[in-house]
Design a protein around this ligand. Structure first.
Ligand SMILES: *Cc1c(COP(=O)(O)O)cnc(C)c1O
Length: 402
């Protein structure tokens, strides 16, 4: 009986799915799907505030603040009133579609304490834009990024005591959307939950930069044209762990994702990849893969590109969003033209690379004398942190109102 219910004929199944879609969409159209309403926020404070951990004991993504922000959505009524509650377990039916068909996407952003004890976010509009793009790609609802940011600010303000003061420390913020409809039918979820949790984090390099060695992965691809590698969908990450473990077994800290027979360099682990070389025309060039649908549009990537255009181009550098291959990197290294390579992402900001093993050969990448980073990665790290921690005023850094 159970088996029969789980496996209706394909025809009946698809019929059920399309009925479900029709219901969901007509309900949405009828109600005009109200947007998130920050003024409807209710707050329930915890009665048992957590003790703060010593900064040195912080492990990335293991400890969370006292509260969480949640906003439910239904196809019928749109976004329901937002709630801040004590941090707690979710209660979901085992049939909830998130568990079966990966209706889940997320963001990663940070709140920083500046030297005047003010709290700052870094380009939250970019994270909101990306979360909407991720969510809509998997038939989950979209929302006003400005309204959601307003709520995140209220939430972060409440959790302010968890943001460590020292430079390099921050509060990692994890907005997540999941499909919550109870059904094994594959269709657009009729209900969803958008929630935010936050975790105090220490500096990625507590004792200074540590350059990493990469293994170029040729047995698996992370993303492909027409795929979803440019969205932060949960489904993109689980399949990356085994290739990562394989690289780790051979002593590499990360794997480098390639695409196609040409061996195009795409991303490093879950960071965007930058290479600096003297190109074949003899021009100093900073290059990263273009946003062709296979590359996650990193906020750090975008910021580094803008900073490079502002600060490096006047010094004669070329800044390119262009495809480039492992063979080109190897040739540049052999000819002494390879200058630097680094990953870029919110967690580490920049992650200097000292070597890449590709088809059994190690390509060595120069570092500054006596350092675990090259000069460019170090400059970008300094420029980015100065903005994030409000040491220089910049429109990217958003101070939270009191
Ligand atoms: C999140 C992510 C990045 C970096 O994005 P940022 O916005 O800079 O943190 C790069 N690549 C992948 C695959 C990612 O998931």
């Amino acid at each position: 009986m159970l088996a029969r219910r789980l496996r209706p004929s394909a025809a009946r199944w698809s019929q059920q799915c399309s009925q479900q879609w029709a219901r969901a969409y007509s309900a949405q159209a009828a109600k005009g799907s109200p947007d998130i309403d920050p003024s409807a926020l209710t707050v329930e404070k915890t009665s048992s505030p957590k003790a703060l951990l010593d900064s040195k004991d912080l492990i990335f993504g293991r400890n969370f603040t006292d509260h969480m922000l949640s906003i439910e959505w239904t196809a019928q009524d749109g976004w329901l009133p937002p709630r801040i509650t004590p941090y707690q377990n979710l209660s979901l039916d085992p049939s909830a579609c998130v568990f079966h068909y990966a209706f889940t996407c997320f963001e990663g952003m940070k709140a920083y304490k500046d030297s005047k004890d003010r709290v700052r976010l870094f380009r939250p509009d970019r994270n909101m834009h990306r979360l909407n793009r991720s969510s809509s790609r998997i038939a989950l609802p979209t929302f006003s990024g400005e309204k959601f940011t307003e709520l995140i600010q209220k939430f972060v303000k409440m959790e302010e005591r968890f943001i460590p003061k020292q430079k390099g420390y921050s509060l990692y913020i994890r907005p997540t959307i999941i499909g919550t409809q109870n059904t094994l039918g594959i269709g657009p979820p009729g209900s969803a939950l958008l929630y935010v949790i936050a975790s105090p984090v220490g500096p990625y390099y507590p004792t200074g930069f540590k350059a990493i060695s990469l293994e170029a992965t040729e047995s698996a691809v992370r993303a492909w044209p027409g795929g979803v590698g440019d969205r932060k969908l949960g489904a993109n990450y689980a399949p990356c762990i085994v290739p990562q473990m394989d690289a780790a077994k051979r002593g590499y800290q990360q794997n480098l994702w390639l695409f196609g027979e040409e061996g195009y360099v795409t991303e490093v682990g879950t960071m965007n990849m930058f290479v600096a070389w003297v190109n074949e025309d003899g021009v100093k060039e900073l290059i990263t893969a273009p946003l062709d649908g296979t590359i996650l549009e990193g906020v750090t990537r975008e910021s580094i590109l803008e900073l490079a255009r502002e600060k490096l181009v006047p010094e004669g550098w070329k800044v390119s969003e262009q495809k480039f291959t492992m063979a080109q990197m190897k040739k540049a290294a052999d000819e002494g033209r390879l200058l630097e390579a680094f990953g870029a992402g919110t967690a580490a900001v920049v992650s200097p690379v000292k070597a890449i093993t590709w088809r059994g050969e190690e390509i060595k990448i120069p570092l500054s004398p006596g350092k675990e980073t090259g000069p460019l990665a170090e400059s970008f790290w300094n420029w980015m942190l100065a903005i994030q921690y409000g040491e220089v005023e910049h429109p990217w850094s958003k101070v939270l109102s009191e």
